[in-house]
Design a protein around this ligand. Structure first.
Ligand code: 3PY
Ligand code: MG
Length: 276
């Protein structure tokens, strides 16, 4: 027998950190690329979320992303497109060890999320076919009910108003604020967000509620400086940008830094690379 392989999974490091009051920082995978997932997973993120809400990823690609993430040492997670029994079932069976579920607006919605992620008699997840069960130390079904990271998205005015009831639902591990959908739901533009705005106040209200009920607050962040600031405020489940946006940022910076002044004939594309 060879010595390669993945050691058995005892608990879920993300769920453990969130329940233990610690930050867990990850990123978003929108490129639908297992190779990108494999590279990303090796840099030390706590978790990586394959985004099935706003990317065209299919289940077979998602499975390969989960494999790559697990191999790299991060916790494989996904964002499903909706709080839907079938999507949740298939994504968990594909190997996600935690889910981010969008548009959870009421305590009833949150109870449905938990029920979708748990087996009977605690929930309505159907048994069979999970490809990760062989990696789990012990019985997968018992493990899943206890350790899956259950993250509900708070991203509407209604959800902010119901935050305490949502976050008090047993089985919810944490929340994740979608700042963009929240902005739209509040009828605001990007310029009307940031320090001192109603948008920021709504997010801080969610944070206060999470602290009160002892659950983890989270947020999508768009810079390392913001992740650091949010950790200091007490947020725990923090996403830093995405694979697609990080690639574009690096590409823009590097291509934008090319000095074309030494060229004999000026480039028709232009030095800033705005065309491609
Ligand atoms: C939002 O900002 O609405 C999001 O869903 C971010 O992930
Ligand atoms: Mg959103």
């Amino acid at each position: 027998m060879g010595g390669m392989g993945i050691s058995k999974i005892k608990t879920n490091p993300v769920t453990d950190k969130l329940r233990g009051g610690q930050p867990a920082v990850g990123s978003w995978l929108s490129l639908c690329s297992p190779v990108a997932a494999e590279s990303m997973a090796q840099i030390g993120w706590d978790w990586l979320v394959v985004d099935a809400e706003h990317s065209p990823v299919g289940f077979e690609t998602m499975v390969n992303c989960f494999r790559a993430i697990q191999l790299g040492g991060a916790v494989p997670m996904a964002r499903v497109p909706w709080n839907d029994t079938i999507w949740i079932q298939r994504t968990l069976d594909a190997g996600a060890l935690g889910l981010v579920v969008p548009m959870v607006n009421t305590a009833e919605d949150a109870k449905t999320v938990v029920a979708n992620m748990r087996y009977a008699t605690k929930g309505q997840r159907s048994s069979g076919g999970s490809r990760v069960s062989g990696y789990i130390d012990g019985d997968y079904r018992t493990w899943a009910d206890e350790h899956l990271a259950v993250i509900v998205m708070i991203e509407t005015v209604q959800a902010v108003e119901n935050a305490e009831a949502i976050m008090s639902v047993d089985g919810v591990v944490g929340c994740f604020i979608g700042p963009n959908d929240l902005m739209l739901s509040m009828g605001l533009t990007q310029k009307e967000t940031g320090p001192g705005t109603d948008h920021e106040a709504a997010m801080m209200h969610v944070l206060d509620v999470c602290k009160k009920v002892g659950k983890a607050a989270g947020k999508h962040c768009f810079s390392a400086a913001e992740v650091s600031q949010r950790i200091a405020q007490g947020f725990q489940f923090l996403a830093l940008i995405s694979d697609a946006a990080l690639m574009l940022k690096a590409a823009r910076e590097e291509f934008g830094a090319v000095d074309f002044s030494g060229a004999a004939v000026a480039s028709p594309v232009g030095a800033k690379g705005t065309l491609y």
